[in-house]
Design a protein around this ligand. Structure first.
Ligand code: TTP
Ligand code: MG
Length: 389
């Protein structure tokens, strides 16, 4: 069965330990390398950040929330949770359950900063990162979106490790084929989890779960359903789409799909990628135009690939050069329309390069595109009078 070491991201044969690093933290699933939508959620987020910043707290129960009579728990660490404290519980009650807990008032600036660092790591894997809150996000790691050509499961194992190492908090990963199931998955194995829901098991896995596990079913809808004796997703699966639509209107139709494990919502990046670029530092300085042009040609090939993977097109071509004495310069040229085509980008880049290749020695050359647009807006066929490759 396809499997992977969660510590070193090495594929394994499903044996008990990783052949590469001997770790026993493996994840195995028949569809492991076929799934591309992920939901990542930090474990006891605020409490984890506090523990990171005060190692004395590591093995102690920590509750984040305003101390005092009327405060509530914002989160409790996993040690504290063993005694019962939970988010939204009145602080006095949490402290009755776990009197030795260390109570820390929330420090939002710190959590926001940690969240930004985590986001930055995610964005190295794919531009399609959709944050849901400070501590959770959806990632689309499908071949068209991802920036690194490795299976999504491998990228996720690496990301989880990078967040631990660089930010100092742990995350739980859910991997599936849509957002609903990815989120459900990330919650099934916490903390430091990696849970996979494949196409083959989705409906059977959903059947015994309470209706509140469905995205969009809150307490009020659950009460209405309970009045009809409906408490599990399996009961909803058994109902015809028409019956659900008659009862819940438009939501009913979506519901009929969700309970079968179908969710067509896309992962939407909250922040448009502003530019895509690639560069190379020479092993020795170059001043001759042909050598510089050849380097540029390689880079444009890479750039074109990245644009196509990210389904993006650029309207401004940016040439970057660094002289032997470390002076950076950047020259740009705007196209009439956004393009994904390497030949057009190269044409502009060479035009810009010709003006700069005046005998100066360069140590670095780079090429990028700015003013990004979705691929759908790229290269209108009538504009350049040739069809895209
Ligand atoms: P959650 O992801 O819901 O919880 P968590 O990260 O603390 O724990 P888990 O391991 O179960 O994911 O929420 C993220 C943060 O949001 C949490 O650390 C504190 C804050 N929060 C509140 O302020 N109020 C709340 O009611 C909840 C649930 C969370
Ligand atoms: Mg969380």
């Amino acid at each position: 069965m396809p499997s992977l070491c969660r510590d070193c991201a090495h594929p394994t044969d499903g044996a008990t330990n990783c052949p590469n690093c001997r770790s026993a933290r493996l994840v195995a699933h028949p569809e492991l390398f076929d799934l591309a939508i992920a939901h990542i959620d930090c474990d006891a987020f605020y409490a984890s950040v506090e523990k990171r910043d005060n190692p004395d707290l590591r093995d102690r129960p920590v509750i984040v929330g305003h101390p005092g009579g009327r405060g509530v728990v914002t989160t409790a660490c996993y040690i504290a949770r063993r005694y019962g404290p939970r988010s939204a519980m009145p602080m006095f009650k949490a402290l009755q359950l776990c009197p030795e807990a260390v109570v820390i008032p929330p420090n939002m600036a710190k959590y926001r900063q940690a969240s930004q660092l985590i986001r930055g790591l995610f964005l190295k894997a794919t531009p399609l990162v959709e944050p849901v809150s400070l501590d959770e996000a959806y990632l689309d790691l499908s071949a068209e979106a991802r920036l690194v050509d490795r299976p999504p499961a491998v990228l996720l194992a690496r990301l989880a490790r990078a967040v631990e190492r660089d930010v100092g908090v742990t995350v739980s990963v859910g991997l599936s084929y849509n957002k609903f199931l990815a989120k459900l998955a990330s919650d099934r194995d916490k903390p430091r989890g990696f849970s996979v829901i494949g196409r083959a098991e989705a409906t059977t896995l959903l059947a015994p779960l309470p209706v509140t596990a469905v995205h969009g079913i809150g307490a009020a809808t659950a009460r209405r359903l309970a009045e009809d004796g409906i408490t599990t997703i399996g009961q909803l699966q058994a109902m015809a789409e028409d019956a659900l639509t008659a009862r819940f209107g438009k939501f009913g139709r979506g519901l009929a799909h969700l309970v079968q494990g179908e969710d067509r919502r896309r992962v939407i990046a909250d922040r448009p990628t502003k530019s895509i670029s690639t560069e190379t530092t020479f092993s020795r300085d170059h001043s001759a135009y042909p050598a510089l042009a050849a380097a540029l040609q390689d880079l444009v090939g890479r750039l074109e690939q990245r644009l196509r993977r990210a389904s993006l097109a650029g309207e401004t071509v940016v040439l970057k050069l660094k002289t032997a004495d470390f002076r950076s310069l950047s020259r740009q040229s705007r196209l009439p329309y956004p393009t994904q085509r390497g030949d057009l980008i190269l044409e502009q880049a060479l035009r810009l390069l010709r003006r700069e290749a005046d005998g100066r020695a360069f140590r670095l050359i780079g090429i990028g595109v700015d003013h990004l647009a979705p691929a759908a807006a790229a290269d209108p066929p009538d504009l350049f009078h040739t069809s895209p490759p």
